[in-house]
Design a protein around this ligand. Structure first.
Ligand SMILES: NC(=O)c1ccc[n+]([C@@H]2O[C@H](COP(=O)([O-])OP(=O)(O)OC[C@H]3O[C@@H](n4cnc5c(N)ncnc54)[C@H](OP(=O)(O)O)[C@@H]3O)[C@@H](O)[C@H]2O)c1
Length: 423
């Protein structure tokens, strides 16, 4: 692909290096930051590669330039609009016109990844998306390139900075969920409408992409079961401390009997897990494979300049081909009912034999108790325990039975516990 000096969006007076024309679709938090970053790095990039990147067109709904004009005048299109449409159409149009595409759009890839990667292969262009998962943390590159020879067993991630900030504040200060969310909004870590962050949907899209790359099998957003953090209480945090547990919103993609399982939910971690110490708005991803044991990458998961830096890395990679698009080498089944350890929080009347009866009900479903904390007296006692791993369906059945016991007050609270510790 060569640049056309006559095309209408070229910037003025650039010195040495063959030009590489970049069309921006979207000029918001990330697009705006990229428009600032790119000119400041262009000399350096030209010195290393002999190719000078320059922004030759920008399209937003309000700036009077059409997407078609920007695509026509570019060698590479950076899709930084977000959402499904018109982003999908623009990305397809750009690739059909022989243009490379870089995107930060996780929802687009989690919904339409297979269609888009197929189009990239068909048209012989690159589709890069490092910024779509965990911001500037280079997890896509590591899965696609560095670890492409490893047989990956599991990917575990804190891939949403908003929820990690909220849970960190709840744990550190005893803040309620509502207060911690308000603080996150004041500090710019949460959107005015934080729904897709706190309900787990944003993290689910990112886990679909990570699972796709880790296991070379198609994974659609609808394959990912997710739940959010809205129902968590400071009480859970306080009791978990006694059991030496920390609470995070965790995405897991793993090989299980019969296929793979991909899910997002709050989970307790023991202190030895590498994700247990990832606090505030940070993201982190742990990759496990027999050959490598465990690798954890962490860093800022969002923010204009940070995300733009990941987009910039993709642009430079696309300037210097080749790079692969994900191939499908197998079609693994997605398994929904998987084993997990559980934290169970019961409000009970403090009578003799309560613990024994609960343990008996759990035992009927094949669950056994690993550790217990019992607090309070009279009608308001609390029984908090960690149960060894069992199938989620069995745990849900046990919870229904426990909820029906006459000494149990209110609905039992159940949160998964991740047992792995690496130190
Ligand atoms: N912000 C972050 O920290 C972050 C981190 C990682 C990934 N991302 C991803 O990066 C992408 C961009 O996010 P952002 O935060 O930069 O969004 P943003 O601030 O809302 O900016 C979106 C831009 O796209 C334009 N736009 C919106 N709808 C459009 C349409 N239908 N046609 C053409 N232009 C349209 C907007 O301008 P007009 O309104 O004038 O059209 C604006 O310039 C998203 O996929 C997001 O998930 C963001």
């Amino acid at each position: 692909m060569t640049s056309d000096p006559a095309q209408p969006f070229r910037t003025e007076g650039e010195p040495s290096g063959r030009a590489f024309r970049i069309g921006l679709l979207g000029h918001g938090t990330v697009g705006g930051a990229l428009a600032e970053l790119l000119p400041s790095r262009a000399d350096h990039i030209a010195a290393i590669t002999g190719i000078r990147p320059e922004i030759t067109g920008v399209h937003t709904r309000s700036n009077g330039t059409t997407a078609a004009e920007v695509i026509a005048g570019a060698d590479l299109v950076a899709e930084l609009i977000g959402g499904l449409e018109p982003a999908r159409t623009y990305v397809l149009e750009a690739m059909a016109a022989g243009k490379h595409v870089v995107t930060a759009n996780k929802q687009l890839l989690a919904h339409h990844g297979e269609e888009l990667w197929a189009a990239a292969r068909e048209h012989g262009v690159q589709l890069r998306f490092e910024a779509a998962v965990a911001g500037v943390v280079p997890v896509i590159r590591v899965l696609q390139e560095s670890l492409s020879g490893a047989h990956i067993d599991r990917v575990t991630g804190i891939v949403n900075g908003t929820t990690n900030f909220i849970l960190t504040r709840m744990a550190e200060t005893g803040a309620t969920y509502a207060d911690a969310l308000q603080e996150a909004q004041q500090l710019g870590y949460a959107e005015a409408d934080p729904t897709d962050d706190v309900n787990g949907k944003d993290a689910a899209a990112k886990m679909a992409i990570l699972a796709r790359l880790a296991f070379d099998t198609p994974v659609h957003i609808t394959d990912v079961a997710y739940e959010g953090i809205e129902h968590l209480t400071g009480d859970d945090m306080a009791y978990a401390k006694d059991l030496d547990l920390g609470l995070k919103l965790i995405g897991t993609a793993e090989r299980v009997e019969g296929g793979i399982a991909v899910r997002v939910h709050p989970a307790f971690l023991y202190r030895g897990h590498p994700l247990a110490s990832v606090n505030g708005p940070y993201n982190a991803v742990t990759v496990e494979s027999e050959a490598i044991t465990e690798i954890t990458m962490s860093g800022p998961g969002a923010g204009g300049p940070q995300t733009a830096s990941a987009v910039m890395g993709d642009i430079i990679s696309a300037m210097i081909p080749p790079a692969s698009t994900p191939e499908t080498t197998q079609s693994l089944a997605v398994v929904k009912d998987v084993e997990s350890a559980f934290y169970v929080h019961l409000e009970v009347a403090d009578r003799p034999g309560v613990l024994a009866q609960v343990a008996q009900v759990l035992g009927l479903q094949g669950a056994s108790v690993k550790s217990v904390v019992q607090k309070g007296l009279g009608e308001n006692a609390r029984l908090v325990m960690v149960v060894h791993p069992l199938l989620e369906s069995k745990m849900l059945a046990a919870v229904e039975l426990i909820a029906g016991l006459d000494f149990v007050r209110g609905r039992p609270r159940v949160i998964r516990v991740i047992e792995e510790q690496f130190v």
